[in-house]
Design a protein around this ligand. Sequence first.
Ligand code: NOJ
Length: 566
Amino acid sequence: MLTATTDHGVSPRIARPASSPGASRNWWRDAVVYQVYVRSFLDSTGDGIGDLAGVRAGLPYLRKLGVDGIWLSPVYPSPQHDHGYDVADYLDVDPVYGDLEEFDRLVAAAHRLGLKVVLDIVPNHCSSEHPWFRAALAEGPGGPHRALFHFADGRGAEGEMPPNNWRAMFGGPAWSRVTEPGGEPGQWYLHLFTPEQPDLNWRDPAVAEHFDHVLRFWLDRGVDGFRVDVAAGLFKHPELPDSPDPEADERTRDSVNPLAWNQPEVHGVWRRWRALCDEYAERDGLDRLLVGEVSVPTAREHAKYVRPDELHQAFFFHLLGAPWDADTFRGVIEEALRDIAGTGSTVTWVLNNHDQVRTVTRYAGEGSGPGNPGLGAARARAAALLMLALPGAAYVYQGEELGLPEVVDLPDEVLTDPIFRRTGSRSRIRDGCRVPLPWSGHASPFGFSSGAEEARPWLPQPEWFAEHATDRALADTRSFWHLYRDGLQLRRDLPQLGEGTLRWLEAPPEVLAFERGDGLVCAVNFGTSPVPAPVPGTPLLASGQCPDGTLPGSTAAWWVTDPAPR
Ligand code: NOJ
């Protein structure tokens, strides 16, 4: 039975020698990748903005945590209207983050530690400062660079109305009108996000050719793969007709406009990119990963993106979007395992990222306020153990391993998210999960900036960040950090975790319990009252204290079942 534990100690009885990370061709199938939001990870220059040298300095910390690799948010030259998701040059590094030599040093250092490096790539749109777009503006209608974007004449007598009714994801119309070289109001161009992010026209072969070159450029520098931004975008309905429900597109701020997203032609791009990556894999036997940001309504649609000759993986956001409720969690897990694992790929689980309210706050109660932080933290710990026990790969967003809550009270004047700028609404803005990490000490910059006292992080850190600093987390065996570290260690050591089978076990209504492989059980109590442990066994790890034989509310535990008597 589950026994009393003061913290989540690991039973030495089951430990096996750790496997070396990244050794196999299919390294990505059950990898745990740590998302580094570079501007907020660690600042080596004292300008208040994280950078690549800072990431390199933090690698030993990540190795100790036990992840298999890192995903770097975009570091390309960019005017930073959407913090790098507006790329002005796909073949360089923004000076604010370093340069190509520093990038190479980072990749080499990561590889020495056995960590993979996955680069963010942004093919749906570039920056309005990209040379192609500047040339398109300078040329005027009919110019060859206009064909690389979606330029169209407006509707109305003077072309004063946008070509269709599409709404942009971050508010306002999806079209902006340009001033032509002669000074007169002219054509309109399409941008699914902000006006500073013009959408590329993937029907023009030059776009695909350019991205082949970009992929090879970074693969030749040694990256292990790409996280593909907006992977269900890229192609739009060829006639750009009106959306049937533009209000819904805007309300949900999700990729629901069926004419702008998830067009069948997009799969041809993923086949092309997969073939290119496979070329590299065939040379040295190591897969180069393509993991897509695929926001589509159903797991069945999602599965199409991870067919054997397309993306290797795609983030499964339905778990992230699920409210704290046993039935909902079970439903999305079953859906993913049925539809995605059936393709031969593995499910890519995610609970946090740089676009979402952090789990500690999301699970703390209703609304956008702090809710009940203790409850949110307990549930976030339990969710982490659940995610790490599921078959497939998992992504951990920086600060998740520290149990960082969302910063919900940033003043308006410091907000940088274009969603706030374009809508004036604080709902679903993303600055609160991007506040620079606390590393040490009792006052901002909490070791984030080498510039010490006078260095101001680009977003202000609240005083309470001190409680979550990495130095404290490492020193406290009850911290989130130790829970993640122990869970990751067990994933390496236990053959049942990672890929493999999942069998649901009988459990009370508010409890999810499943067995992985032979004899490894994970149970999560979504309710508030303790329940008896579903099966007898030896506890391995728990997200909270488990008094003898029980699983308290908002708690998850892993244990091995006792062998059947002979
Ligand atoms: C998804 C990225 O995660 C988000 O941060 C970005 O704003 C949009 N794509 C647009 O590139």
